[in-house]
Ligand binder design. Structure first.
Ligand code: BTN
Length: 244
């Protein structure tokens, strides 16, 4: 792996553990994985179901210069690294849903949660949390949304150690490209992996629901929507497909 990594047996959340380690003086980059999470965190305060020894729960601590625009598109670039990892294990039909969900047939196979410690306009710590559904075939808890796993998509079980190593390699590669070339250099690749290009969507952003057609993303990673024939960019929110 490109950084020191540790695998824990059971922890509340690998993201929370990384935060504690940063407070205790560990210097990024470093990664923490776990066999199980008892309080796995998802986006928007949701719970991330994390059964023992079935999936990958991985958090990477990074030190980022927000002032040098290194946060721009970062969460989307992490999505590209996870996408490359899944494809390299033979998962086909996998793609991205802005900003950083990974789906197969509209079912979630992996999720990404970035948490920031410090000032985003300065040097800060970013915790990149990645959950990949690897060998989960049945869920003993309600996941609350359609989901799938690598084992449900490709024959055989996944070697989770190999998965973590491969993920580390792709993260390293993409982070170097992002740091050296900036997000604009990766934008076309991201759009090529986006499953919802041209889709009619609703975007929930704060208290607003915006209806539009996905045009793509801009050079900062914001979503470009055509709303009533006018192009607008949104830097956050939750997308859903509009059926009518
Ligand atoms: C999402 O809601 O899509 C994001 C899910 C992120 C889950 C991962 S699992 C490893 C890391 N630790 C956490 O508590 N959450 C992230």
């Amino acid at each position: 792996c490109p950084w020191p990594s540790v695998v824990l047996d059971s922890i509340d959340s690998t993201n929370a553990e990384v935060m504690r380690r940063i407070s205790a003086g560990y210097i990024p980059p470093f990664a923490v994985a776990a066999e199980r999470q008892t309080a796995g965190r998802g986006r928007r305060g949701r719970h991330w179901v994390s059964p023992y020894a079935e999936n990958l729960y991985y958090s990477l601590a990074l030190r980022i210069d927000g002032g040098a625009r290194q946060l721009e598109g970062l969460s989307l670039v992490i999505g590209l690294a996870v996408l490359a990892t899944l494809r390299s294990f033979g998962v086909t039909g996998v793609g991205l849903k802005w900003p950083n969900d990974l789906l197969v047939n509209n079912r979630k196979i992996a999720g990404i949660l970035l948490e920031l410690v410090g000032d985003p306009a300065d040097i800060c710590n970013v915790i990149v949390g990645i959950g990949i559904n690897a060998n989960m075939l049945v869920a003993n808890e309600d996941i609350g949304q359609p989901w799938t796993s690598m084992a449900a998509e490709v024959p055989g079980l996944v070697d989770r150690t190999a998965l973590a190593v491969r993920l580390g390699q792709y993260l390293g590669d993409y982070l170097v490209r992002h740091r050296d070339e900036g997000f604009p250099a990766l934008r076309a690749e991201w759009e090529a992996g986006h499953l919802w290009q041209g889709a009619r969507v609703n975007l929930i952003a704060g208290a607003q629901t915006i209806t539009g057609i996905v045009l793509g993303i801009d050079s900062t990673g914001a979503l470009r929507l055509s709303v009533c024939g006018e192009e607008r960019a949104y830097s956050g929110g939750e997308l859903s497909l509009r059926l009518s």
